[in-house]
Design a protein around this ligand. Sequence first.
Ligand SMILES: [Zn+2]
Length: 294
Amino acid sequence: MVKQLFLALFLLVAVRPVCAKPVVQASNYPLAYFAQRIAGERIDVQFLPPPDGDPAFWEPSDADIGKLQSADRILLNGATYEKWLAHVSLPDSLLWDTSEAFAPRFFTIKDTTTHSHGKEGAHSHAGTAFTTWIDFSQARLQAESVLLGLVRLLPDARKDLEARAATLTTDLDELDREMLSLARAIGDQPLVASHPVYHYLARRYGLKIESVLWEPETVPDEAALQTLRGVLTKHPAKWMIWEGTPAPESVAKLRTLGLGSLVFAPCGNRPETGDWLTVMRQNLGNLRAIPGPR
Ligand SMILES: [Zn+2]
């Protein structure tokens, strides 16, 4: 009996060292970045979606599901971001929805056109817009929710987590203020976006954005250009906002239509260089290319 008890204790310790850091899974990179900023070395932040896809269309493998099930907390973007949740059984106690506070203000997209992104299957952007964090006031609410979720895991570290979260919310407030002032300079000028992911940015900052369904790495063919010309007749934009660096040929084709190109990366996935904050600061810097209205 005593032997069995020792064996049980040994197994318990072997499986889960008592001093192990809590494992926090983040369903997108912005949440992983927020969690890391707030808890630093106190937690093991994991972000499973592969680097070359959009985490919003991620389909976890069996191994991924095992990792999700053994996490101490799973940070969710909410706003229909985690389509995989419908196929994975996880206890509610693990899930932490970071956008619940502003759920009544989710934006609904009516367009039902389907398309695919490279290797990923066909999808539509109809329904709830999920790129919530590029409204930086919403990003702040999500960061505050991440803080609450992490304090539950590490109640003894509350003071430290709150202090670290305050430096993050200061950065988010600064992005919000700068974006508001940039948007005032842009004014009512029509803009086009390469993909329908900028609804919250447009709404918060009063930008006039119409979207097409282009990809940065795909050079628009004649049909795509025709669609854009159609948009331009009612919405005479001089700039296209891209999710990533466009192919030089695409930039040249747009130039012949009188449009400049600039990048505003939503940064739902981990960037090749820098982090979420440096990418957002770069985005704002890129928007400064747009001159004020004449
Ligand atoms: Zn898409």
